[in-house]
Write a new protein. Structure first.
Length: 189
């Protein structure tokens, strides 16, 4: 009987470990269900954004079906989430704004950048200075847009699938903020 109990306990432990992944001390669920719309998403990939020797944040990409096909990730109009766990002690709002602006400019041509400029400004205005442990969720829903949640506070929605696709380019475009993070988000690490 004791042997059966130990076997069952070991099996249950292995089941829970397969349902989560730990990176930089942060446990990421392999699968989530968004509360707002009850959409089930799976972890596509995750990695750390580093600048010089510092770990800035852990980014994770959740999709309905994992894929390493960049065209499928960036072109599909389907629910998705980019989640950012802040790892650095403090990141000022101005650094976020500069990072978003640089990422959009590096990956969009002038016409496309102009199309999303006003919404990028609206997006930037939602940010604030963040500290280690803070969480950002960028949830895309077709027909609605990108819902921005910072520290569990709903900051609002940026309309348009084109904005979300442009946002993904910061990490997955031709000039991503980090090639290694791009590969990790695509599950190709």
């Amino acid at each position: 009987m004791v042997r059966v109990i130990i076997t069952v306990c070991l099996f249950m432990i292995s089941m829970t470990t397969s349902q989560a992944r730990e990176i930089a001390g942060v446990t990421l669920a392999e699968q989530i269900v968004r509360e707002a719309d009850n959409v089930e998403l799976r972890l596509n990939g995750a990695g750390i954004r580093k600048k010089l020797f510092f770990k800035v944040y852990l980014a994770s990409l959740y999709l309905p079906q994992p894929t390493s096909d960049i065209a499928e990730v960036t072109a599909a109009d389907r629910p998705a989430r980019v989640q950012m766990h802040i790892l650095y002690s403090e990141i000022e709002k101005e650094k976020f704004v500069k990072g978003w602006n640089d990422g959009f400019s590096a990956n969009l041509d002038a016409a496309r950048l102009e199309t999303v400029r006003e919404r990028l400004d609206q997006f930037n205005a939602m940010f604030e200075t963040l500290k280690a442990g803070d969480l950002i969720n960028l949830d895309y829903s077709p027909g609605e847009g990108t819902r921005v949640t910072i520290k569990e506070v709903d900051k609002g929605v940026i309309p348009g699938g084109d904005f979300y696709q442009a946002l993904l380019m910061v990490w997955l475009g031709d000039s991503p903020i980090s090639q290694s993070l791009k590969q990790q988000l695509l599950g190709a690490d």
